[in-house]
Write a protein that binds this ligand. Structure first.
Ligand code: NAD
Ligand code: IPM
Ligand code: MN
Length: 354
């Protein structure tokens, strides 16, 4: 009988709806796997900001330190500048708990149509390992002469040898563990941005230790093209923060929908919480309509289960989503169906409860 202490941050827009369905599924499987969920829900996000002028209280990060994991929907509101919302909540959590791996699988599942023609199930089956704490996301920079014609804006990108090495090593270990194509693709832009050769050099050095794994190095522009042209070539991709962000939206849409794109912000050291949130955002264009696909959040819940050591329960969640996709009857509009968020969540909860 395991108890897992989980911080719930539903956030904004569709984040609230999809987390509700994720929790429905987690609750449904709990008795069967002897799991007790010790949830604490935090009302942090844009509504909190409208009331308190901050996205979360100054003590929030200390509060989260006591949890085994954070289960988050999405943050972002059309009436608040995005860098305020994200640098007020999401990015500080990733940094504080040094969640240096952002793991984002893209799989073309049976029953799902790729916008790329002629793709069969599992023709796309890749995982992006995104560096998640440094690069362009450290928020070191600012403005001079703000708002004047002489305005200057500077933001620095930071790559450390240690930061590159640990995430690249994680990618090689993952390729080995997957045992599929034994292949890692590295993505940079060191033709134009020469400082990124620190990543390339580190990649080459780590690769030498993994003689059983083949490698390819691509520039980000070509990597985006190849994701569309021949996604079959990819197994594990490892990329700096910003490029990892970009290629995972591409990976999501070629495998059917952002509504299927699960994600985990991981610190392999379990003494601090990792954070589980799907790749997608708060989707203001469909928020409040009850039609967001909860599968990304539910598959993200499976990643959380796996991180918590609940492998059997995780496998059941993955299988339940696959079953629904293959049946093709209970799907949200992004996948060509007409079911609601709640209906899809309930159908998955029902499968995992049996
Ligand atoms: P988005 O991911 O919210 O939406 C992009 C498109 O995908 C939209 O057309 C949306 O309707 C669709 N979509 C996304 N998730 C879906 C789902 N589950 N089911 C069906 N369709 C789905 O990206 P955006 O519009 O660029 O960003 C909206 C807001 O979210 C912004 O404020 C942005 O900063 C924020 N954002 C937050 C996170 C996060 O909290 N992790 C991630 C990405 C974007
Ligand atoms: C993501 C998001 C975030 C990121 C934004 C909202 C800061 O796009 O998780 O992919 O760029 O990391
Ligand atoms: Mn993104």
């Amino acid at each position: 009988m395991a108890t897992h202490k989980i911080a719930i941050i539903k956030g904004d827009g569709i984040g609230v709806d999809v987390v509700n369905e994720g929790m429905k599924v987690l609750d449904a499987l709990a008795p069967r796997y002897g799991i007790t969920w010790d949830y604490t829900e935090f009302p942090w996000g844009s509504d909190y900001y409208f009331e308190h002028n901050e996205m979360m209280p100054s003590t929030a990060l200390d509060t989260l330190a006591d949890f085994n994991a954070v289960f988050l929907g999405a943050v972002g509101h059309p009436d608040i500048q995005d860098n305020i919302t994200l640098d007020g909540l999401l990015l500080p959590i990733r940094r504080r708990f040094d969640q240096f791996v952002c793991l984002r699988p893209s799989v073309l599942y049976p029953g799902v149509t790729s916008p790329l023609s002629g793709k069969k199930p599992y023709d796309i089956d890749l995982t992006v390992v995104r560096e998640n704490t440094e690069g362009e996301y450290l928020n070191i920079g600012g403005f001079a002469y703000h708002g004047t014609p002489d305005e200057v804006a500077i933001q620095t990108s930071v790559f450390t040898r240690r930061g590159c090495e640990r995430v690249i090593r994680y990618a090689f270990d993952l390729a080995r563990e997957r045992g599929k194509k034994n292949h890692v693709t590295s993505v940079t832009k060191s033709n134009a941005l020469g400082f990124m050769t620190i990543w390339d050099r580190t990649f080459s050095a780590v690769a030498e230790e993994y003689t059983d794994i083949d490698t390819t190095s691509l520039l980000i522009d070509a990597a985006c093209m190849d994701l569309v042209r021949r996604p079959e070539m990819f197994d594990v991709m490892v990329a700096p923060n910003l490029f990892g962000d970009i290629i995972t939206d591409v990976g999501a849409i070629i495998s059917g929908s952002l509504g299927l794109a699960c994600s985990a912000n991981i610190n392999p050291d379990r003494s601090v919480p990792s954070m589980f949130e799907p790749t997608h955002g708060s989707a203001p264009d469909i928020a409040g309509q009850g039609i967001a696909n909860p599968m990304a959040q539910i598959l993200t819940a499976a990643m959380m289960l796996r991180h918590l050591g609940e492998d059997a329960a995780a496998a059941v969640v993955d299988a339940a989503v696959l079953q629904l996709l293959e049946q093709g009857e209970t799907l949200t509009p992004d996948l060509g169906g007409s079911s609601t968020t709640e209906r899809v969540g309930s159908a998955i909860a029902e499968i995992v409860s049996k």
